[in-house]
Design a protein around this ligand. Structure first.
Ligand code: LLP
Length: 404
């Protein structure tokens, strides 16, 4: 994805052509980038040979999931819907882990019948429910227990999950009790200790602390876990800043950790696999001048892409066509929705735009379409995949008539 002759291209295809043919707003993914991310992830962790389960919540598109499956990844799911879709996309049950604090009986029953790799339980009540369902089905079910390591992930507070005040996992004492309970159960096979401390982590220290906590608790439990599921959370570079998470360094830490533990690592990455492979193409509807800044009112809105409104996340916005003129403007990019939080970003020195110009919001592959909604009765938008210079519609724009 680069500018060529001043126009932004996705794998050699002009984004202006896409916008014209498929209308805006429009999500577009690059297969090349996706594949690159997966190969890069695998390369960095090569020495620990992890099982990589793509976090489906970050992007549950059927075609993307099947491509990700073909590139060798499994799936991390958090609902029966995600589980069904992963299976339908060709991901094998023995590569699927099921996380989440509130799995219903229905969901557990389905997972048990499908014989997935692991159900990662997050409470005593859930373990009892899995046991009851396993017994009813005359099965011994593989489970993990999610530990809350009380580790600050140093990320946006709204996407932090590993501190004791967060609802996720169980504390050390409960964990040890649950290990004892599960290992004596006829219908449970305890296989995994799991953690996930948060998302968009750019600092290696939280991971270092998390591994220390894990090391201690595994020792205390005196139990041989077959798997250690470290969750996901690896951050990406949204703002062109220098701060980056080194997967290589993380891999070295894990290698050390594995000297003491003989187990297989599972990862559940979402954002680091799909985040920078997606863009959102949008058209300027109006430009509204005001004293301190001009508002650029786009046809994309918070219902199409929620991260800025929900987490104050910042995403770069770039023009589809670079202007040769030098004049710069202070712009606030907003959507048409009737909410003040329906804004994407402010830029001090953006090239001068005019109505009907096209812009691109970058790095929306993860938690973009998956967080979108029909708020203000706006239809969900088209998704395209560019693979080997071919354009494929992988998500159809909803029709207004289906909404009304
Ligand atoms: N595993 C578990 C148990 C999780 O809860 C999550 C994300 C992941 C894996 C994947 O994390 P990733 O590698 O994508 O960071 N909507 C927010 C992010 C919420 C993440 C929720 N859990 C955002 O747009 O930043």
């Amino acid at each position: 994805m680069i500018y060529k002759k001043k126009e932004f291209l996705v794998d050699n295809i002009k984004t202006s052509v896409l916008a014209k043919k498929y209308a805006t707003p429009l999500y577009c993914y690059s297969f090349k980038k996706l594949k690159q991310n997966i190969l890069n992830f695998k390369k960095n962790f090569k020495s620990i040979k992890p099982m990589i389960c793509f976090s489906v919540k970050s992007n549950p598109n059927k075609t993307l999931l099947s491509e990700i499956g073909k590139l060798g990844l499994g799936a991390d799911v958090v609902s029966i819907g995600e589980l069904m879709r992963s299976l339908k996309s060709g991901i094998k049950p023995n590569k699927i882990v099921f996380s989440g604090v509130g799995k219903t009986s229905n969901e557990i029953e389905y997972a048990v019948r499908k014989k997935i790799l692991l159900i990662n339980a997050e409470s005593k009540s859930e373990i009892l429910e899995i046991e009851r369902i396993a017994k009813k089905n005359n099965r011994k079910v593989n489970i993990g227990i999610r530990l809350n390591p009380n580790t600050d992930a140093k990320t946006l507070s709204k996407i932090s999950t590993g501190k004791k005040e967060n609802k996720f996992g169980v504390n050390e004492k409960v964990f040890l009790d649950l290990v004892n309970y599960s290992k004596n159960s006829q219908n449970l096979k305890l296989k995994c200790i799991s953690v996930h401390i948060g998302s968009q982590i750019l600092d290696i220290d939280p991971y270092k602390k998390m591994l220390k906590v894990l090391e201690k608790i595994i020792e205390k439990s005196r139990y041989q876990f077959q798997f250690v599921d470290l969750g996901g959370g690896m951050g990406i570079n949204y703002n062109n800043s220098k701060k980056r998470l080194s997967l290589k360094k993380y891999s070295i830490l894990i290698k050390k950790f594995l000297k003491k533990q003989k187990c297989q690592i599972i990862f559940e990455p979402g954002r680091s696999i799909i985040g920078n492979s997606g863009i959102l193409i949008s058209k300027v509807i109006y430009i509204k001048e005001s004293s301190k800044k001009d508002f650029v009112i786009l046809d994309a809105a918070m219902n199409d892409f929620m991260r800025p409104a929900l987490y104050n996340a910042t995403h770069r916005i770039i023009p589809v066509k670079m202007s040769i003129k030098k004049s710069k403007k202070r712009y606030e990019f907003v959507g048409p929705i009737c909410e003040s939080t329906d804004k994407f970003a402010i830029f001090k020195n953006f090239q001068k735009l005019k109505e009907k110009d096209l812009v691109i919001i970058l790095d929306v592959g993860a938690y973009g379409m998956s967080l979108s909604s029909n708020y203000n009765l706006r239809p969900k938008v088209t998704e395209l995949l560019i693979k080997n210079s071919k354009i494929r519609i992988i998500g159809k724009r909803q029709k207004l008539k289906d909404l009304i």
